[in-house]
Design a protein around this ligand. Structure first.
Ligand SMILES: Cc1ncc(COP(=O)(O)O)c(C=O)c1O
Length: 434
């Protein structure tokens, strides 16, 4: 279809009206950029809370409840929501119409490049997925497993990093070894003891959803070196990584890393990314392929895969959601990742100190700052049931927390938009219920 110049400009005009309509719901959106400018003023006496207050005003969930469930699913900002709405409406003016399709077709390459630059990944090392679980499965199914092959996971994993291994165990006879990543154990010692000549992959959480332990970058790099010397694939489950702790994929030294947009990055639900080292692209083979995985193919049996991690993608994609994912990360960048992560750590320190003043509470999370993250997990007094506490806090006080794997452990996922008062209110609430 060939468009005349006049058609295009009319459509552009319509599009602008369209955007104005679709963003009317978000009239209170503070333009991206304004919050960043406040950063400069923060040093000149503006209280830290002010940029947080302004950011909270962009996150409706923060006025609905005391939101400590980012580790489960993060709340989006008005910016991200408006972007999804706009792109969805824009696309549906003519999904196959080149006028619209051309703009939409930039969304994925732009997002891949942006995530690569933000998280220390090679330019060709990002695949866009719909969840962390999708990335984990890409990794888990990437080898030709044989009976007796071994994978090493930990005792702190989410079901998403357990289920694929159970299925591989039952289908191919692989063995699952579990290391102990409770607070205070040595990752390297644990891993060394678990490795055998049959180990083919190590897959553990960068930040555990069960105890909040973060694998430090230096220990991860050391583990990566050890595993590479033995030809073992190293995968990190980073569902709780980007936006919660500093992530530089290159420095972590793993071969691949699965993450999502819908937790700490505050992006749309059903967005994710899988990062791969260029050298590992051919080791991590495709188990799922389809239209878009290939650079070239014919119907006589020949094909070549894309020379990038985009080969792991296939089929029709949720482009509007990916556009919202890009906006969500841009917004965090505008807020300042350093400032966000520093505040997450500072709030964590407050939570640790406040918990330690209460004799009945213990920490399941590590105490040392370098091992901690925004995932803060309390060990409740004995006899106090975490699910019961979760229900009471949610029902009576609108405080959203989460029970985790170990009975009696309760998680507060503390993001930058939370406050010390909210943490104190949660601890008071927990103490009252227990
Ligand atoms: C450590 C960890 N891995 C994986 C997942 C699954 O994430 P997703 O819903 O993005 O697949 C979660 C979700 O809470 C998680 O905490």
């Amino acid at each position: 279809m060939v468009l005349r110049e006049r058609d295009v400009s009319d459509q552009d005009l319509d599009r602008r009206k369209f955007i104005a309509r679709s963003t009317a719901l978000a009239t209170a959106i503070v333009p991206i950029g304004v919050l960043a400018r406040w950063e400069g003023q923060a040093g000149s006496g503006m209280p830290q809370e002010d940029w947080v207050g302004a950011a909270r005003a962009q996150i409706p969930a923060t006025s609905e409840s005391v939101y400590f469930q980012t580790g489960g699913i993060g709340p989006s900002s008005l910016h991200a929501m408006a972007e999804v709405t706009e792109k969805l409406e824009f696309q549906n003016r003519g999904p196959a119409d080149p006028t619209y399709a051309a703009t939409m077709s930039r969304i994925e390459p732009d997002l891949r490049a942006y995530l690569a630059s933000m998280f220390g990944v090679d330019a060709n090392g990002v695949a866009l997925t719909h969840s962390t679980s999708e990335g984990i499965s890409i990794a888990a199914w990437s080898l030709n497993w044989a009976a007796g092959d071994e994978v090493v996971i930990s005792n702190q994993e989410h079901p998403a990093n357990v289920m694929p291994w159970y299925v591989l165990r039952d289908r191919f006879g692989i063995e699952i070894r579990e290391i102990n990543l409770d607070a205070g154990t040595s990752l390297l010692d644990e891993a060394r003891n678990a490795l055998s000549p049959r180990t083919r992959m190590v897959s553990i959480s960068h930040v555990s959803r069960n105890n909040g332990r973060r694998i430090r970058t230096d220990e991860s790099a050391a583990l990566g070196e050890l595993l590479r010397s033995r030809g073992i694939v190293y995968h990190l489950d980073g569902a709780q990584g980007p936006g919660c702790v500093d992530v530089d994929f290159g420095e972590l030294g793993c071969d691949c890393y699965s993450t999502c947009g819908h937790k700490w990055l505050l992006g749309p639900k059903g967005t994710g990314a899988f990062f791969v080292r260029s050298e590992a692209l051919d080791t991590l083979q495709l188990s799922w392929a389809g239209s878009h995985s290939h650079a070239a193919m014919d119907y006589d049996g020949s094909y070549s895969l894309l020379p990038s991690a985009a080969r792991y993608e296939f089929g029709t994609r949720a482009l509007a959601d990916f556009a919202g994912f890009h906006t969500a990360v841009s917004w965090m960048e505008e807020l300042g990742f350093d400032r966000v992560l520093t505040r997450v750590q500072d709030l964590g320190t407050h939570a640790v100190d406040a918990a330690e003043t209460r004799p009945d509470f213990r920490l399941a999370s590590p105490r040392a700052e370098e091992d901690r993250s925004g995932v803060f997990v309390l060990r409740l007094p004995s006899g106090c049931d975490a699910t019961h506490v979760y229900n009471r806090l949610a029902g009576e006080r609108r405080i959203l927390s989460s029970p985790v794997r170990r009975e009696g452990d309760l998680r507060l996922a503390i993001h930058f938009f939370n406050t010390e008062d909210e943490i104190d209110a949660a601890l008071d609430g927990i103490a009252a219920v227990c």
